[in-house]
Design a protein around this ligand. Sequence first.
Ligand code: NI
Length: 232
Amino acid sequence: MTVKNNPLSSIVVSGPIPAHLARPVIEETLRNAILDGRLPCGTAIRQEALAQLFGVSRMPVREALRQLEAQSLLQVVQYKGAVVAPLIEDNSLHAYELRLLLEAQALRLSVPLLADEDFEAAEGYIEALEVETDFGKIGTLNRQFHQTLYCKAPNKKLLALIETGLIEEERFLRFNLKQMNLGKLCQDDHRALLHHARARDIEACIAELESHLQRGVKAITHYLDTQKAKQP
Ligand code: NI
């Protein structure tokens, strides 16, 4: 492999990393490189090369890779090791079904406990989405908006599962938002969600979330259909 073709060459490490920060720094750096496409789908991620690049032992590298695998950003393939996961999987529609269950439950637990500052934060994300043009940042703001509505749910395990689903979606949005042309419709949904949350109308919130997630299902179905049409 030449240096030019080395996908890790796009990753810049600024100086030595303190040992206790190694895992989170490696995780964050790789996550950003996967999300912005510097490490494309199918790229093999070698522990040794990473340990060398970051100037650390293999242990924090292994831990970081495990985290990214749990977030569905990496996959472990037999004989190949960890590779960057495909943008979307055939089971993505099932993932949406699960998301609706999990996020509806989070709304039930969280909405009654939301405070004024949570509503203001959610409003802030909607306003930021209104003016943001960078697709990567739009994906992040969308995730933060949704997480704000769930944040008071006391079940941290539930919130962690939800975050994984949202990160998966964030990655998809980053590459497909433009084609999906969903911006305006999604914002209407977001405003409606916030409105119902403020009114503490949980059932209306859940109904709105369902139609919001349905847009995602449609976009993904369309994406999978066009991918299939491209295959010989
Ligand atoms: Ni959304």
